[in-house]
Ligand binder design. Structure first.
Ligand code: SF4
Ligand code: SF4
Ligand code: SF4
Length: 314
C-alpha cells in the first residue's frame, strides 16, 4: 500500500494460525526428543505476564506441552545457537523454532561457521507478525500493534526450514513505515543526516542491550569493552556514543540479518534498524549483496575482489 499521508485505519490481523502452530510445534518437539533426533529444543514458553512469551530450552519430551507460538514470540532464537552460548551447545544436537526473519540470521550464522546445517533441526513457523516493542503481550495483533519489520516482511513462510508449522492467514496490505522513513533520510543533505543521527545517539545510555541481543555480536571480547588500550570511550558521552554506533554499524554491515532485535530492546527508542537497513541498502547497491539469503562464508566487507569499486580512493 502506498502511503497517502492519511492515518492508516486500524486493521486486525488474523492470528488463528498461531494456535495451529503451537500444537504442531509441541508435537514435533516431542517427537524429535522421543526419537532422540535432537537433545534439546529451543523455543518459546509463556512468560509471567499474561500473554507474554519468553525463550525456553527443553530437553524432556514431557516439557513439549510448555511450548507456545503467539504474537508475543518476538525474540530471535538464533542467538542461542552461537558458539558463545557454550552451555546450550553442550546439550548436544539442537532443534530451534524459527520465524522467517530468524531463518535469515540462522543462514548468516551458518556462513560464519557458528554451526553446521546438519547439527540443527529448524522448525520453521509461518508468521503473520509479532508485537512491536512496548505493546502489552495480551493485546491483539493489529496494524497499530505490529512490529515495523513485519509491515514489509517477505518471509512469512520460512522456506528452507526442515519442517514448516502453522497456517498463514490472508494478510492485510500495510504501509511500510520504516521504508518511508529511510526515503526521508535519503532525501536529506549529509549535514542534516549527521544531525539526525547525532541527536538519536545522544540519548544512548550504553546499556549495550542492543549488542547482547544481536545474534551476530558473539565475540568473546568486544572491542568496545576493552580498557587497555581503549578503542571506544565506554561512558555514555556524545563522542563515545558516536564511536560505539559507528563501530556497531560497520561490524554488522553485510552480516546483519535485519531481525530488528537491537531496536526492540533499546530502552531509549533509538531507531537502530533504520541504520542497519541503510547499511544493507549500501551493500546491495555497491556489491549486489544481501545478507542472510544463503549461508556464505564471507560478505563483501571481509573479502577482496579485483573488480571492487576503488573510486573512493583519491
Ligand atoms: S518479519 Fe516476518 S517472519 Fe519476522 S516476525 Fe515479522 S512477519 Fe514474522
Ligand atoms: S540498547 Fe539503545 S541505549 Fe542501550 S547501548 Fe544500544 S543504542 Fe544505546
Ligand atoms: S544488528 Fe540488530 S537487526 Fe541486525 S542482526 Fe543484530 S540484532 Fe538483528
Amino acid at each position: 500500500m502506498k502511503s497517502t499521508g492519511k492515518p492508516e485505519p486500524t486493521v486486525t490481523i488474523d492470528t488463528s494460525g498461531y494456535a495451529v502452530a503451537t500444537e504442531e510445534i509441541r508435537s514435533e518437539a516431542k517427537r524429535l526428543l522421543l526419537e532422540k533426533i535432537v537433545d534439546a529444543v529451543v523455543g518459546y514458553q509463556s512468560g509471567r505476564r499474561k500473554g507474554s512469551a519468553v525463550p525456553v530450552i527443553i530437553t524432556d519430551p514431557a516439557q513439549a506441552e510448555q511450548l507456545v507460538f503467539s504474537p508475543a514470540c518476538v525474540n530471535n532464537l538464533s542467538i542461542y545457537l552461537t558458539k558463545a552460548k557454550k552451555e546450550i551447545r553442550a546439550k548436544g544436537k539442537l532443534a530451534v523454532v524459527a520465524k522467517g526473519c530468524d531463518l535469515r540470521a540462522l543462514a548468516g550464522l551458518m556462513g560464519e561457521s557458528q554451526f553446521k546445517r546438519e547439527e540443527v533441526v529448524i522448525i520453521g513457523v509461518t508468521c503473520a507478525g509479532v508485537h512491536s516493542a512496548g505493546v502489552q503481550p495480551n493485546e491483539p495483533l493489529t496494524s497499530a500493534t505490529i512490529a515495523k519489520k513485519c509491515r514489509e516482511c517477505s518471509v512469512h513462510i520460512p522456506e528452507g526450514a526442515d519442517l514448516i508449522v502453522g497456517k498463514l492467514p490472508l494478510l492485510p496490505d500495510l504501509t511500510p513505515t520504516e521504508k518511508e522513513l529511510l526515503e526521508k533520510l535519503d532525501a536529506m543533505t549529509p549535514g542534516e543526516r549527521w544531525e539526525y543521527w547525532k541527536e538519536q545517539f545522544t540519548r544512548c545510555i550504553r546499556c549495550l542491550a542492543c549488542r547482547q541481543v544481536c545474534p551476530f555480536c558473539y565475540c568473546e571480547q568486544c572491542l568496545c569493552d576493552r580498557g587497555r588500550p581503549q578503542a571506544v570511550d565506554t561512558s555514555p558521552r556524545p563522542s563515545g556514543n558516536m564511536g560505539w554506533h559507528i563501530v556497531r554499524a560497520m561490524h554488522l554491515a553485510g552480516r546483519c540479518s535485519g531481525c530488528a532485535e537491537c531496536e526492540r530492546v533499546c530502552p531509549m527508542d533509538i531507531p537502530l534498524n533504520l541504520l542497519n537497513r541503510k547499511m544493507a541498502q549500501e551493500l546491495k547497491e555497491l556489491y549486489q549483496y544481501e545478507a542472510g539469503l544463503t549461508p556464505q562464508e564471507k560478505g563483501p566487507l571481509t573479502s577482496y575482489d579485483e573488480k571492487d569499486d576503488q573510486s573512493f580512493i583519491k
